[in-house]
Design a protein around this ligand. Sequence first.
Ligand code: EPU
Length: 337
Amino acid sequence: MKVLENFSLKKFNTFGIDVSAKYFLEAGSVSDIQSYLDDKRVGELPRLILGGGSNILFTKNFDGVVLKNNIRGIELLAQDQEHYYLKVGAGEVWHQFVMHCIQKNYAGVENLSLIPGSVGAAPIQNIGAYGVEQKEVFHELEAIDLKENKLVVFSKSDCQLGYRDSIFKREAKGKFIITSVTFKLFKTPKLNTSYGAIGQELEKMEAKEVSIAAISQAVCNIRRSKLPDPEKIGNAGSFFKNPVVSNEKYESLKKDFHGISAYKDNAGMKLAAGWLIEQCGWKGKQVGNTGVHKDQALVLVNYGNANGAEVFDLSGKILQSVKEKFGVELEREVVIV
Ligand code: EPU
């Protein structure tokens, strides 16, 4: 594997922040990663595993090894009466995997169309959108245990998948490199159009029938209309999680703030953070080189030359004003490095 020194990461993070890695290498296979881990020169330096770089904010140069996971391949492992089991390399681009499924008529990921990032990152934050979470199609994954340098399997329950959460954000953080994910896709689609905007978009599209391809197209249209394209304007999608509050807290907020946007959640009510941020007057605001997207207040953007610290500072100001106005603590979803 070729090790590059003082390598710019600008093209490897969707925020487009110009920082560098002391060492950078791309791994195309499990054995690539294992031989890297065996190499004492680089194996003991601080390391960062990079997928699509779409959920990360670099605030400084990385003084260690950045390993870009480039393991490819989509393999139909098995099928039963109701399912297809697909083993997908962690370095595959998530949306390309979704497109593969639509083309083959494997159902279950259509609502997750156009989410930036790689397949290996999908279970880490259990990506979700438009009424569906990745955990609904997740079967198992393979990862390299960094301590032992050996391949291990995580079942669905091992991963402890929750809203924007998994064991890889907690106890297992930094201890494994995910190399492949096996998904369990459906032969008979369970079409999910419950998320309001999808129904409206399907009507607008005048789709003849609701199919997985039509849902995928509707989701792509909605995302393109609301979310900035990272190719044109740097961003990492939702910067914060939608906070969950108790039913009591929600009732008291509802009295004071009419039109508050919220959904029922297992633990109480999940508030739309975008709504809270908009109410604080941040939507569309530009602060130096950074700002809050004009069509979706949950998304912070880089207007070109922002550094990570500027974006981080802005996120701190937003956290503070939401806390002051609503007494609700937002949590950053993007990983800060
Ligand atoms: N809203 C506002 N103002 C805003 C943004 C949203 O009032 O600036 C309100 C909307 O009117 C709506 C509600 O908030 O009533 C929800 O908005 P939206 O459908 O855009 O979804 P979201 O809760 O803001 C979440 C995900 C998105 C995902 C969408 C669609 C999180 C943190 N974000 O956003 O994920 O695409 O739902 O399912 O859960 C991402 O993670 O990068 C991402 C884009």
